[in-house]
Design a binder for this molecule. Structure first.
Ligand SMILES: Cc1cc2nc3c(=O)[nH]c(=O)nc-3n(C[C@H](O)[C@H](O)[C@H](O)COP(=O)(O)O)c2cc1C
Length: 321
């Protein structure tokens, strides 16, 4: 089973991704959060330096990275894709999944799913002119799974490397459950390799998924891997992974390393804490009494309080069972 680390804007930046891969095993590829270009009134386009820095080769050493593009315009998409190719990445991913209303109301992300003809306009240009591989990450639809069911046969005409499906609707955001049946319905509708993504949070959900989706040999995992970074090693070993005392040390070194790098790159306690709180929002679940831990970390305003708090969490709180 191959495991991809999902993109989570605001959390899985280049520092998080490269550090995660140094400390934890079992992740085969990582996808960067989406980037897009900005166009000026005079028709020129540019990509924010922060976006380019996040996917630059020097900030992503030893990483099998797939940069992701969010756009509904063929030329804009191609412009960003060409920058990515110039940086040396051989694959890009097209975001058809973002559920944020700010994004969907502009017919981007999952907001593009009801507009098949526009998706084709983008893919016609990009597959003809981009020299690398292209994959798609999608939800079932904005309002109805019929949107993806209708789109999948049309996508057969394009040379896509794979399609990653998070089986929820855009309108759902993260409510309800990922719909395994809808994922299964997608399988006969496409010739492309499908990758499953959504709600894999522990060994039980992984095992259930393997039973319900036989033949799927690649999973993308997001929140579950941040909540338990040892999960992928367990999946690869084919069993429940029992965490040891040395795993507590590894997790602590990982967090210390993240903190040190954010201190080097970012200015001010609030920026640094913002990044770390994003990680803890999910990571708290690895400890018993995670609600209390999460609340405490969220309230922290000073870095020295944060480091004291983390020290005491590791000294006093067992991992949850
Ligand atoms: C905070 C946050 C940011 C996200 N950013 C992105 C993104 O930039 N690109 C993308 O394709 N998906 C993004 N996602 C969706 C995840 O990649 C993933 O599809 C979703 O969380 C479901 O998988 P999971 O249950 O394993 O987390 C984001 C999700 C969250 C919670």
């Amino acid at each position: 089973m191959k495991i991809y680390l999902a993109p989570l804007r605001g959390i899985t930046d280049c520092i998080f991704r490269t550090t995660f891969l140094r400390y934890f095993k079992g992740v085969d590829k990582v996808m960067a959060p989406f980037i897009s270009s900005l166009s000026a009134a005079n028709g020129t386009r540019r990509i924010k330096p922060a976006y380019l820095s996040d996917i630059s080769p020097e900030n992503n050493r030893n990483t099998d990275l797939i940069p992701q593009i969010l756009s509904n315009d063929p030329n804009d998409f191609l412009f960003t894709a060409q920058h990515i190719f110039d940086l040396g990445w051989p694959e890009i991913n097209c975001n058809l999944g973002c559920p944020s209303p700010m994004v969907t109301k502009k017919k981007r992300g999952s907001g593009l799913l009801p507009h098949q003809e526009q998706i084709c306009r983008v893919l016609d240009v990009v597959t003809a002119r981009w020299p690398g591989r292209i994959s798609i990450k999608t939800r079932l639809g904005l309002d109805s799974a019929a949107e993806l069911y209708g789109l999948l046969p049309i996508l057969d005409q394009y040379p896509l490397s794979e399609i990653i499906i998070h089986p929820r609707l855009g309108r759902q955001m993260y409510k309800g459950r990922a719909d395994l049946e809808a994922f299964q319905n997608c399988r006969p509708l496409t010739r492309h390799r499908l990758i499953y993504n959504g709600d894999i949070t522990n060994y039980d959900s992984y095992r259930r998924l393997n039973q319900r989706l036989p033949g799927i040999n690649c999973l993308m995992v997001g929140r579950g891997l941040i909540a338990d970074p040892f999960l992928s090693a367990g999946f690869k070993a084919g069993g429940l992974y029992l965490k040891s005392d040395s795993d507590r040390d590894i997790l602590k070194y990982f967090l210390d390393d993240l903190l040190r790098q954010y201190q080097e790159r970012l200015c001010g306690d609030s920026h640094i804490l913002g990044r770390l709180k994003g990680v803890w929002r999910y990571l708290a679940a690895i400890f018993e009494d995670s609600g209390k831990i999460s609340k405490k970390i969220t309230k922290t305003k000073k870095l020295n309080h944060y480091t004291e708090m983390v020290k005491s969490i590791f000294a006093e709180t067992p991992f949850s069972k």
